[in-house]
Structure formats: C-alpha cells, structure tokens
Ligand binder design. Sequence first.
Ligand code: SAM
Length: 247
Amino acid sequence: MDVYGGTRVADAYAFHRPPVHAPLLRHLPPGFRAGRALDIGCGAGLSTAALRPYADQLVGVEASPGMLRHRRTVAPFAGFAAGTAEHLPFREHSFDLVAATGVLNYVDIDAVLPELARVLTADGTVVVYDFGEGGHDRLADWRAEFERRWPWPPGWRPFDPRQVNLGAHGWNLRHYTDVHLHIPTDRPTYLRYALADLNVDAAIRDGRATLAEIRDWAEPTLAEVFDAAELDVGYRGYLAIIDRCLN
Ligand SMILES: C[S@@+](CC[C@H](N)C(=O)[O-])C[C@H]1O[C@@H](n2cnc3c(N)ncnc32)[C@H](O)[C@@H]1O
C-alpha cells in the first residue's frame, strides 16, 4: 500500500500539518538564497511553499501524484511534477538548490545522491530538514496509547544525514543543526493533526477502524490531558546543508 496514496493524507498534508517548515528554515545561514529550487518528495506542497523566501523559482516533485491535488491552493506560485527522487524528470544542471523534507526516509539514497548531482548546478546545494511527531510531557502517555492502538504503517526508515557516507558520492555535510521548536497548539488543532496522520489513515484504509471510532477514543482522552487552552507542543528536528566536495 502507498501510505501517501489516500485522499485523506493529501488533505491532511495540505491543511492539518503543524506550521514547522518556516521556523525550521530560519536556521539556514543568514542571506541564504537560490535561483531555481527543487523540492523532492514535496507532498502537498507545504515544504515547497516554505522555500519562497529563499528562492526565485520553485518546483516540487512528488512520487504519489494524488498528494498534489491541493497544490494550487498551497503553493500557487510554484510548478509541480510527478516523479521520484531516484529518477527526476528534469534536465542536467536545472537547479541550484534541492530541498528534501521528510522524504529521504523513503528513498534509495545511493540512487538519489547521483540524481541530485545530475540535476544540480556544479556549485548547487542540498538542504535536508525534518521533524518528528509533536509531543509534550502531558501528551506522552496519550501518544503511546494512540500509536499502540493504530500503529504506524510500514515504509518509513530512520534517516540521519550524519550517518550517510556522503564522501563516497562526492558530497560534503557543510552544516548540521538540531532544532527544537515549540508551537502553542489548542486541543481542536492537535486533534485534527492527530486524526489526519498516516497511522489513522492506514487503520481506516485497512478496515481496522473507522474515523468515527478513532475520534470517539481520541476526543475525550485528549480533553483529559489538555489542561490549558493551549499546550506548547514540541517538535524535535534538524536542518542540514550538503554540497559537493571541492577537488
Ligand atoms: C513525510 S512526507 C513530506 C511531504 C512534504 N515534503 C512536507 O514536508 O510536507 C514524504 C513525501 O515523500 C514522498 N515520497 C516518498 N518516496 C518518494 C520518492 N522515492 N520520490 C519522491 N517522493 C517520494 C511521499 O509520497 C510523501 O509525499
């Protein structure tokens, strides 16, 4: 099953994800700017839209074409194409920035790195950033039970740019920073985010539960742990910059 193949996931990635892309990208070096940027595994286009302050032209490419259904709402100023990171549908040296958010957990990295070198200009740069699930001390038990009842679907693998043998592909990790964001979030917003996630969609698509059943558990149990109007929900992430080794 393509975990990103459902309409609910496309809607969720367009409208119910936490606003973390812009604050993560603020960890780019001051003055960071590109001409033509490509966002691989762009999903609904949220990560493409976030690149707008940093690039003159934006293109998103996505392996599950259904994820692009809201692209004109999410990023009307960007171009989009269907395609995989391993076989990018673009000519040599077309971009001077490639961004990858949450996609490298799904790819064949040994096939992707040469493909990025092909579509990038000689001095082009890759920006990789990602973030985990939104948590809080008060939400820890709730999240554990949520994920026990409706486990994550298969497919995702850990990815850490510091663990990849970049040098073997002629790349260099120029910059890496851990980022810990706090986003004040009210209960209805957190509920929408949780109910829109991949574990819920997989449970519904497999026939293990209905959305109503999951909501009937999630809504009252979340009400017990949200002791304030908003919780400072934490997201642990990182931002890395990778460029070509100079010979
Ligand atoms: C976690 S989502 C991130 C979406 C988007 N970058 C964002 O931050 O909102 C990962 C995306 O990568 C896409 N994807 C997975 N494998 C891919 C591949 N080999 N090539 C291109 N996209 C891929 C999925 O379909 C999904 O839309």
